[in-house]
Design a protein around this ligand. Structure first.
Ligand code: PRP
Ligand code: HPA
Length: 182
């Protein structure tokens, strides 16, 4: 079973649910009467997006984007590519980007600049995980669930080679998992 591949759990399911509730309450106040467009960045943000949006008690709309900067394994190519754009116009709208993780920051810098260029009224970023030591460009999230050390993380949307997104917690893999997959 998947649990056997995990060396250490860093954030439990209970902690993620409690934090999502907390951020959801803040967003409820902040976006009351603003009908923000909540943008999930696929695929990693899916579990957190589902957990968070349930906890927002005011009108929101949802849309989805696919961008990619990681191509298998644990390293980044550095280039951010748009694979699926939004269906909705962002002009004059309050936008909340929801991510699973900020690491180098390249993905979110690209997305924030793109949406501001398209004349969004405001763009805020919510991320489940921040790895501040990984940053190579200047960008910060407005709301961070958990600030974690610079290790390769899996679970709650975070993948290693497309696997482990379905773990209900965030953890690090045992060394042998990398050895058998590479
Ligand atoms: O701060 P960065 O170094 O840019 O890394 C963060 C991005 O990397 C991952 O996406 P990925 O491109 O792997 O796609 P995925 O969401 O489908 O896993 C993650 O979901 C973020 O979008
Ligand atoms: O630690 C990570 N795990 C999974 N995907 C990622 N994308 C950036 N950093 C990570």
């Amino acid at each position: 079973m998947l649990e056997k591949t995990i060396k250490k759990v860093l954030v439990t399911e209970e902690e993620i649910c409690a934090k999502s509730r907390e951020i959801g309450q803040i967003l409820t106040q902040e976006y009351k009467d603003k009908n923000p467009l909540m943008v999930a960045i696929l695929k990693g943000s899916v579990p957190f997006f589902a957990e968070l949006t349930k906890r927002i008690d005011t009108h929101i709309e949802m849309d989805f984007m696919v961008v990619s900067s990681y191509h298998g394994g644990t390293s980044s190519s550095g280039e951010v590519k748009m694979i699926k754009d939004l269906d909705t116009s962002v002009e004059g709208r309050d936008i909340v980007i929801v991510e699973d993780i900020i690491d180098t920051g390249r993905t979110l810098l690209y997305l924030k600049q793109l949406l501001l260029h398209r004349k969004a009224k405001s763009v805020k970023i919510v991320t489940l995980v921040d790895k501040p030591e990984g940053r190579v460009v200047e960008i910060e999230a407005d709301y961070v669930g958990f600030s974690l050390p610079n290790e390769f993380l899996v679970g709650f949307g975070l993948d290693y080679d497309e696997h482990f997104r379905n773990l209900p917690y965030i953890g690090i893999l045992k060394e042998e998992v990398y050895q058998t997959k590479d």
